[in-house]
Design a protein around this ligand. Structure first.
Ligand code: ATP
Length: 339
């Protein structure tokens, strides 16, 4: 096995009484697009800062490319960080911004220019090299920040919520673009986000964080299809959690279970051999291409049922608010979350 791009061994960090990161073990392979996903305060940024060297671990080790760098300062680590606020110099044009790191490293002018232009072209900003950052859109500024990090040819690029300042539409566009750039340059990306859709869209693998610990490391499809814990099932995608009395009544089992909304049917007659339950539609949420039906089951819990909206408007919804319905699902779609 080749050396991991990043390997964290028993990594912990406390700030006074607060344990921000709690014994994290993690291996990120060369060339991966790897995301750290979790709610605010779950420790993602602190892990990233320890990889960069901005923060010293309370205990544990950081390895980069097979070398223990725990005691090295940031500049002696082969990583670069892209921050959410980009940190561009407003008085310098785009090319000079991108060159800056090379100038600090005393790279000669001709090589500097050439490498900076190549980095700008890799993010499709070659034609804007002479502009000031203030003359760019948010998405373009984001790409300058990326070029400025890539110009150093780091082994690993750390990105801390780099798309957080962009509006939703631009953010979605940049997600695809960033993934494409990563594929082209082949650098290992370690990407921090609290947006599960963003992580699912971009990543080869994702580590889900909660309370300073990793709940699960898996591919996007595995996380969605086989969440390991109730936390992951609830945080990644929409989920119907069934436990206690509800699990006993609806599934005839004890433990914690999850069923995804698209795996529950409103028309169980269409799929015989399923388990069924009666309930009342408490709401219909129109979401454009799909509808969410909230169904309060007679057995207790309210479940969300997702159906594609093939008819265009809620007027043709499959069920209306207040209507009594029978929902159904197949046993094979019940995810067991009990450990
Ligand atoms: P966000 O998505 O909001 O950035 P996060 O998952 O990145 O959250 P961290 O920023 O790593 O979380 O914070 C983890 C915990 O450590 C939080 O409880 C936070 O308040 C605490 N923390 C982080 N930095 C410090 C610090 N310098 N001093 C004290 N507490 C800190």
């Amino acid at each position: 096995m080749s050396d991991a791009a990043v390997e964290l061994v028993g990594l912990s960090k406390s700030f006074g009484p607060v344990t921000a990161v709690d014994h994290v073990d993690l291996r990120i392979e060369q060339g991966e697009f790897f995301s750290m996903l979790g709610p605010s305060g779950s420790g993602k940024t602190t892990v990233l800062r320890m990889v960069a060297g901005f923060e010293q671990p309370t205990s544990g080790r950081v390895h980069l490319g097979g070398t223990d760098v725990t005691d090295r300062p940031p500049f002696a680590r082969d990583v670069n960080t892209v921050f959410q606020d980009y940190a561009l110099f407003p008085h310098m044009d785009v090319l000079t911004n991108v060159e800056y790191g090379l100038r600090v490293k005393k790279v000669l002018r001709a090589e500097r220019r050439e490498r900076a232009m190549a980095a700008l072209e890799s993010v499709q900003l070659g034609p804007l090299a002479a502009r000031r950052p203030t003359q760019l859109s948010g998405g373009q500024r984001q790409r300058v920040a990326l070029a400025r990090a890539l110009v150093n040819r780091p082994q690993v690029l750390l990105l801390d919520e780099p798309l957080g300042a962009l509006d939703l539409k631009l953010r979605r566009a940049m997600q695809l673009e960033l993934k494409q750039i990563q594929r082209e340059v082949g650098v290992t990306f370690v990407f921090v986000t609290h947006d599960q859709e963003e992580a699912l869209t971009m990543s080869d693998r994702i580590a889900v964080f909660s309370d300073g610990r990793i709940e699960q490391v898996a591919t996007p499809a595995e996380l969605y299809e086989r969440p390991a814990t109730p936390f992951v099932a609830g945080f990644v995608g929409t989920s119907n959690l069934l436990d206690g009395d509800a699990a006993r009544a609806l599934l005839g089992r004890t433990g914690s279970f999850s069923i995804r909304p698209e795996k529950i049917h409103l028309d169980p007659d269409a799929a015989p051999g399923q388990r069924t339950a009666r309930g009342t539609v408490s709401d219909v949420v129109y979401l454009g291409s799909v509808n969410h039906y909230l169904v309060a089951l007679d057995a207790g819990p309210t479940v969300t049922v997702l159906r594609q909206n093939l008819h265009g408007t809620t007027d043709q919804a499959m069920a209306r608010r207040g209507e009594t319905v029978t929902v159904g699902w197949a046993d094979e779609h019940v995810i067991d979350l009990s450990d």
